[in-house]
Ligand binder design. Structure first.
Ligand code: IFM
Length: 472
């Protein structure tokens, strides 16, 4: 993609009236209570028990015990003044084996959570799928099976019927690229399969599931329907990571942009697959899983696009390089490491990337309002002896990204809200509990919550609907 990097400085700035401030989490990462109230096993319960798959052998069995502590958590959210809280519904709580009637105990939890949020003046943003596929469906093919998309549409209808009177903002699926390419391509996420052909099939069925669910939600009267994608500017760079790029570097960047970004944006917002995606897919298992009117279903209009932004991806042409398993077709492409600074995940800190992304989306896919549904950083937070978590690095990270988002807004991007990832420290998938993304610290030994300095800072941002001049 072509980047038009916007300049920012540290002056106070204000966001438009009605801008939505929030925080996000996901069910498997925080709820725990993995066997309570009839919840069935998900692919993450299975995968996290496979030795070596998750750092420290951690599982989501207990996580932040949010299932039992949601009232305390909602009180903390209210104390920060959040406008919106984005949570995900655990499919295996609602339908323990992925089909059949609703388990009233499982959906009952979300009933209570939504009521608690509304009582606290916080708008619930419900995500229907954040990677915890019922294991019973994986046993029948998982996302490589078309039937899983049909099951997802039924599940969506059941959850919507139960919560529609109080929830009007719905996200179908979180980060289908991650679910498909880390889950079925590289195998570093559940269910741990390692087949490019399976990853393409999974990606298509996740998109189909989104489209079918969006239609179901629309038919049920849902007001705001969304899909959340993990998107990144793809930056052509020289093989050493230095600037000075060739046409080959630019072509490499174009291909990776198609595989990461356009593979999802184009079907949803244009009703077509990008040419390079079709080329690569046809060389990896073919396209027989793409049926006649699938793209029309996938392109069901949405009311906003959710963007999860963490960092750009750098690529360079490097003949002879074997393919990266998360990017089928990437033979001859290297991913040079980015210059510091990095977060504790090793991800480069590049706030301008968020501004570039928002501008690019507004230019290439006009007409759809944008919401940053995740942005944040893991750092090695440790409470001081006085119990305070001085996470100045996170405050600087968030401040810089909000400045970049504001610059994009000023340049015309239709950005409606910003949700920090994450409200709580939580189970960071294959990294276990070692990586802390929260603005609220969780002491996993006793489940104490300690709002970090960044939480207090975010409260002030929300209260002034913008940024002050000085940053920690
Ligand atoms: O923790 C994840 C989240 O589940 C999805 N988006 C990225 C986050 C950080 O890796």
């Amino acid at each position: 993609m072509t980047a038009t990097t916007l300049q920012t400085d540290d002056r106070p700035l204000t966001f438009p009236p009605g801008f939505v401030w929030g925080a996000a989490t996901a069910a498997y990462q925080i709820e725990g209570a993995a066997r309570d109230d009839g919840r069935g096993p998900s692919i993450w319960d299975t995968f996290s028990r496979v030795p070596g798959k998750v750092a420290g052998g951690h599982t989501g069995d207990v996580a932040c015990d949010h299932y039992h502590r949601y009232r305390e958590d909602v009180r903390l959210m209210a104390g920060l003044g959040l406008d919106a809280y984005r949570f995900s519904v655990a499919w295996p709580r609602v339908q323990p084996d992925g089909s059949g009637p609703v388990d009233p105990r499982g959906i009952g939890f979300y009933d209570r959570l939504v009521d608690a949020l509304l009582d606290a003046g916080i708008t619930p943003y419900a995500t229907l799928y954040h990677w915890d596929l019922p294991q019973a469906l994986e046993d029948r093919g998982g996302w490589t099976s078309r039937d899983t998309a049909l099951r997802f549409a039924d599940y969506t209808g059941l959850v919507h019927d139960r919560l529609a009177d109080r929830v009007d903002t719905w996200t179908t699926i979180n980060e289908p690229w991650v679910a498909a390419y880390l889950g079925y391509g590289s195998g570093v996420h559940a269910p741990g399969r390692t087949s490019a052909a399976d990853a393409f099939r999974a990606a298509h069925h996740l998109l189909l599931a989104h489209g079918l669910a969006a239609r179901r939600l629309r038919a049920g009267g849902a007001e705001r329907i969304s899909l959340t994608l993990n998107l990144a500017p793809i930056v052509a760079t020289g093989i050493s990571g230095a600037s000075g790029t060739s046409e080959q570097d630019a072509a490499a960047a174009g291909l990776i942009d198609a595989m990461l970004n356009r593979q999802f944006l184009d079907p949803v917002l244009r009703g077509e697959y990008a040419g390079p995606v079709l080329d690569v897919a046809s060389r990896h298992g073919g396209l027989d899983h793409v049926h006649g009117d699938d793209l029309a279903v996938i392109a069901e209009p949405i009311d906003s696009l959710g963007i999860n932004y963490y960092n750009p991806t750098y690529v360079a042409a490097a003949p002879g390089t074997p393919p990266n398993p998360v990017y089928p077709g990437s033979e001859g492409i290297a991913f040079p490491p980015a210059a510091p600074p990095h977060t504790a995940m090793g991800w480069p800190i590049v706030p301008e990337g968020l501004g570039d992304l928002l501008i690019r989306l507004s230019r290439d896919y006009p007409g759809v309002p944008l919401v940053v549904t995740e942005n944040g950083a893991a750092f090695d937070d440790v409470p001081d002896p006085d119990g305070r978590v001085r996470d100045g690095a996170r405050i600087r990270y968030l401040d810089a990204h909000l400045r970049a988002a504001h610059a994009a807004l000023t340049a015309g991007a239709d950005l409606r809200g910003y949700l920090v990832w994450s409200f709580l420290d939580n189970f960071e998938w294959a990294e276990g509990y070692g990586k802390r993304f929260g603005i609220v610290y969780v002491d996993y030994a006793d489940q104490r919550r300690l709002p970090k300095d960044s939480a207090q800072w975010f409260r002030d941002v929300i209260a002034r609907n913008g940024l002050g001049g000085e940053v920690a």
